[in-house]
Design a protein around this ligand. Structure first.
Ligand code: FE2
Ligand code: FE2
Length: 191
């Protein structure tokens, strides 16, 4: 859908478009979580991500039920917002060398995802109610509650231990070869 297309005319169309947007987002999140599970080196954080992957699969099922209730085929629509959030998460995870600091980075990235989902499900739940889809609103609200609980858990673990551990990490000492390499930088070539 482009800026100047008129695919969305009514509030109901807008609702369906947003439902497709979160459906796409959840499926991208489902694909990204296994990588975050692999990268997390804290057992509690790893378990948390594993649990959220199971919840995400259930959330996708709820969305499919929601589509069914409004007589639509479950279908996604490309969501550049979640693509950007997930891409940035991958980039930062690739850049963090220390695995303890990486845990803090993973939580921050996961919370960005949760906040995106919370805003979407908040909007969708109230729109579903307004449009008279009370049963769909219930399904969306179930997802919203899980996202909020996940965000809270991530916040708790970050504050309780992960950020403190990350703060306590010292920069890695350079090996003699790396020191030599550093010393060579800036020396003009001979000749
Ligand atoms: Fe989700
Ligand atoms: Fe989530």
């Amino acid at each position: 859908m482009g800026w100047f297309s008129d695919d969305i005319e009514t509030f109901e169309h807008l609702f369906v478009h947003s439902l497709q947007d979160i459906y796409y987002a959840e499926r991208q999140i489902e694909k990204s979580l296994p990588d975050m599970i692999d990268k997390a080196s804290d057992a509690e954080l790893k378990r948390g991500f594993q649990m959220h992957l199971r919840q995400t699969k259930m959330q996708i099922k709820r969305l499919e039920q929601a589509f069914k209730k409004i007589q639509r085929t479950p279908q996604g629509t490309k969501c550049p917002a979640i693509d950007g959030i997930l891409e940035e998460a991958q980039d930062i995870a690739g850049d963090v060398g220390d695995k303890v600091v990486l845990n803090a980075a993973l939580i921050a990235a996961a919370q960005a995802v949760e906040h995106y989902e919370i805003t979407r499900y908040g909007t969708l739940t109230s729109w579903a109610k307004l449009l008279g889809h009370a049963d769909v609103a219930k399904l969306l609200y179930a997802n919203l509650k899980e996202e909020k609980a996940t965000d809270k858990k991530l916040n708790d673990i970050a504050k309780r231990k992960i950020n403190k551990k990350a703060l306590a990490r010292k920069p890695k000492g350079l090996t003699p070869a790396e020191r030599l390499e550093e010393a060579m930088i800036g020396i003009p070539p001979l000749g």
